[in-house]
Design a protein around this ligand. Structure first.
Ligand SMILES: Cc1cc2nc3c(=O)[nH]c(=O)nc-3n(C[C@H](O)[C@H](O)[C@H](O)COP(=O)(O)O)c2cc1C
Length: 193
């Protein structure tokens, strides 16, 4: 009888121990903060504003950063840059990019550009037209000097053939202000990807 009681107590103890272990097992970590998709944050930035926003998106999403760097560096003088940028726009020049990224490794690609002459900066146009965006989700973010986004979101969708364009874009004056962090978080929380 004593033996039976001992076996009974052992079974109950083992059962409780098993239940406790199951409850305390932590959930598997997610690949990204906001989604289990692979995220790339591609951007071009001449004076740093778009880079600042790209880095904030990186922090919020856990994605990987990729800076689009043209083979030939732009002038460091703004007046000279303005002339170069106007010429590239007029002549529809897509300047070659120095560094590449294999976008096949990503599902969702944030694409950041400053506004140059009412449109995207030309290296971003190169990035969009020289990669295969089939089945990728692209999400634009745009920094400007006061003019807003113009038609850049739509243009990005047209250049990135086969991509699913997710909008609205995040549009911000220069590198933003004290409210930008909250606005970015809300924007990302409301994007469905
Ligand atoms: C060549 C050039 C053209 C620009 N054209 C415009 C424009 O058409 N509309 C506008 O609102 N801002 C314009 N800007 C301002 C930039 O879009 C703005 O300063 C942007 O935040 C710069 O981003 P970055 O620091 O990442 O280079 C222009 C700036 C440059 C250098």
């Amino acid at each position: 009888m004593k033996k039976l009681l001992l076996i009974f107590v052992l079974i109950i103890t083992a059962g409780i121990a098993f239940a406790v272990t199951q409850q305390s097992t932590p959930p598997a970590p997610e690949e990204n903060t906001v989604s289990n998709k692979k995220i790339l944050i591609a951007y071009f930035s001449w004076s740093g504003n778009t880079k600042t926003i790209a880095e904030k998106i990186q922090t919020l999403t856990g994605g990987e950063l990729y800076e689009i760097v043209p083979e030939t560096p732009y002038p460091t003088d703004r007046e000279e840059l303005t002339v170069t940028a106007a010429e590239e726009k007029e002549k529809n020049i897509n300047p070659p990019i120095k560094n590449t990224v294999d976008i096949a490794n990503y599902d969702v690609i944030f694409i950041g550009t400053p506004v140059w002459w009412y449109t995207m900066a030309s290296p971003v146009r190169t990035f969009l037209t020289t990669n295969n965006f089939e089945d990728k989700t692209i999400i634009p973010f745009i920094t400007h000097g006061g003019g807003g986004e113009y038609s850049i979101t739509e243009e990005m969708g047209n250049f990135a053939k086969g991509a699913k364009l997710l909008s609205p874009a995040f549009v911000v004056h220069e590198a933003g202000n004290i409210e930008t962090d909250d606005e970015l978080k809300n924007w990302i929380d409301n994007l469905e990807f």
